[in-house]
Design a binder for this molecule. Structure first.
Ligand SMILES: Cc1ncc(COP(=O)(O)O)c(C=O)c1O
Length: 544
């Protein structure tokens, strides 16, 4: 498509679009794009992977830079002017996080490296026991699935709540699973984990499930990593025990900071609170997490009695510090406060209106694309019209015979598209399974396969096949990455390998190749239009 044609078409597209969504302050969005995200258009980038990582506004970086250039920060684990400054900015940032989520005095905020580190922290310290259980929904991220191992190590039961055809789970099924492990004496710890928004399908689950689980005596781990970039979480309205967040997913920078919000009991960190449960079961201490520690390897005794739990010979801190291992990222943390402020300035309700309007338009145009024989080209997982859809969608592209394109083919065509000569926009979207195997399994599941395990066998075969045949073993990974950026002829697999994998995928009807489009605070109608240009290209290109 030539640039002239694209601009002419875009004008018509934009006019039609603006008429359907008048209340979204699009001029302000254009200004925001010019001032804070101008690098996108300068580089002619269509960025549609906000669920992977948000984009940072320029002002977040200039603010960060001037702070570093003007101030002197020291290690906060000290008492001196530079250390005190670091401690101050860390605590101000912590308070801004608690305020942003309206946590009041009900939560403590533990800074971590990312959402995964927050989840790991819950897994390591949650007091699973042999009569306890870990229940998770099938559309959880790998980092939530990973907690199964901690539950199993402590002999707790684990169960998954499967997805239905609409990529949601049944409330009745969930209730009966939760009831199955309900105990009346509250002695065993049971943890239910679900994503507030699926990072794969974009479907938002009802947060009322939290009360439902509480009523049956369960603790709740809410994964909000994909949700909070375009939704406001109000911790006075709902109160899960644990909430995990990555800040780069909210405003793009800094990339190495997340948090775990843990329910306390009205400012106290009592043993019976969720915080207390974790603290009392933390398997080890590290620098920064102890109120008292001795380096004695023998137990410290007083009148013959062991004073401290041996072999730790330590007492953990009584608040968030018990979990902040090592030196916190005191240079980057203040950027989190600025990022939250930036989101507040835009306003989540306005952002949501824009996201909804852009998504509606994207879906509307995508489902109109048809093959010459009239067969639909794009299917949106979970259906075309839903009120509970967030900022990402999962698309299955289909051939004229109804068979879905395999991910490897989509990747190949996307690379081809991005490498066309000329200065058309380059597209960043995500293809694959997005660390969310459950959605992939549900997408590809035949009725007969359902829960029977045969689907997993097929996938396992594929995984072993890939493991044995397609790795980067013996090659220089860095040079591959360089080639990917510069070499128009670069292919992930040889033509033969590609054909073989495609055959395999077709035979089994594998999904592993949904395309995820996710949008965010800098997305404009132009980005949607550019994606539709790619979809048209794919349709016309009609690869085998
Ligand atoms: C829903 C969800 N949970 C957890 C994570 C893990 O986040 P991180 O990689 O920042 O630890 C992600 C990342 O994509 C996610 O989308």
């Amino acid at each position: 498509m030539t640039e002239t044609k694209s601009i002419l078409d875009f004008t018509a597209f934009e006019q039609e679009f603006l008429a359907t969504a008048p209340d979204c302050q699009w001029k302000e969005l254009n200004r925001l794009r010019e001032t804070e995200f101008s690098r996108l258009d300068k580089q002619r980038q269509t960025y549609l992977d906000y669920t992977g990582s948000n984009l940072y506004p320029a002002s977040l970086i200039t603010g960060f830079q001037s702070r570093l250039l003007e101030q002197v920060y020291g290690n906060p684990h000290s008492e001196n002017p530079t250390a005190n400054l670091s401690s101050l900015v860390i605590e101000e940032t912590r308070q801004s996080v608690l305020d942003y989520f309206n946590a009041g005095k009900d939560y403590c905020c533990i800074f971590t490296a990312n959402a995964t580190a927050s989840l790991k922290l819950v897994g390591e310290s949650y007091p699973f026991g042999d009569k306890g259980a870990y229940v998770y929904t099938h559309d959880n991220h790998n980092s939530v699935l990973g907690l199964r191992q901690y539950a199993l190590n402590k002999k707790a039961s684990i169960e998954a709540v499967y997805l239905n055809n609409d990529y949601c789970f049944s409330k009745q099924e969930l209730e009966s699973l939760l009831s199955k492990y309900a105990t009346t004496d509250g002695s065993d710890n049971r943890l239910f984990a679900f994503p507030a928004q699926s990072n794969s399908t974009g479907i938002k689950h009802s947060l009322e499930l939290i009360d439902l689980a509480h009523a049956k005596g369960w603790d709740v781990l809410l994964d909000t990593a994909a949700y909070v970039s375009t939704n406001k979480l109000d911790l006075q309205a709902i109160q899960p025990e644990f909430v995990c967040i990555s800040f780069y997913k909210m405003f793009g920078f800094p990339t190495g900071i997340g948090c775990l919000l843990v329910k306390t009991k009205k400012e106290s960190f009592q043993s019976s609170s969720a915080f207390g449960k974790l603290r009392n079961n933390k398997p080890a201490f590290f620098g920064g997490t102890v109120a008292y520690v001795s380096s004695n390897s023998e137990p410290i005794r007083h009148e013959g009695k062991e004073m401290l739990h041996h072999p730790l010979n330590a007492i953990l801190q009584f608040d968030h510090s018990a979990f902040e291992e090592g030196t916190p990222d005191f240079l980057s943390l203040p950027a989190v406060k600025d990022g939250l402020h930036f989101l507040e300035q835009i306003g989540i309700p306005l952002l949501q209106r824009r996201v909804n309007a852009l998504m509606r338009s994207l879906i509307h145009h995508l489902i109109q694309l048809k093959h010459q024989n009239g067969q639909p080209f794009a299917e949106i997982c979970g259906g075309n019209e839903r009120n509970d859809r967030g900022s990402n969608i999962l698309i299955k592209f289909k051939r004229s015979n109804g068979v879905q394109y395999w991910g490897g083919t989509l990747e190949k065509i996307l690379t081809e598209y991005n490498n066309q000569p000329g200065d058309q926009y380059k597209l960043s979207v995500r293809i694959g399974t997005f660390c969310n195997p459950g959605v992939n399994e549900s997408c590809s599941m035949d009725q007969d396969d359902e829960k029977s395990g045969s689907f997993s066998v097929k996938l396992t075969e594929e995984a072993i096949h890939c493991d044995q045949n397609c790795g980067y073993a013996g090659t220089d990974y860095l040079s591959i990455l360089r080639r990917k950026l510069t070499d128009i002829t670069y292919q992930k697999y040889s033509n033969e390998k590609h054909e073989e994998m495609k055959l395999n995928a077709n035979r089994h009807g594998y999904m592993s190749g949904g395309m995820r489009v996710s949008i965010g605070m800098a997305t404009t109608p132009r980005d949607i239009f550019e994606f539709l240009c790619f979809a048209n290209y794919l349709l016309e290109r009609n690869p085998d």
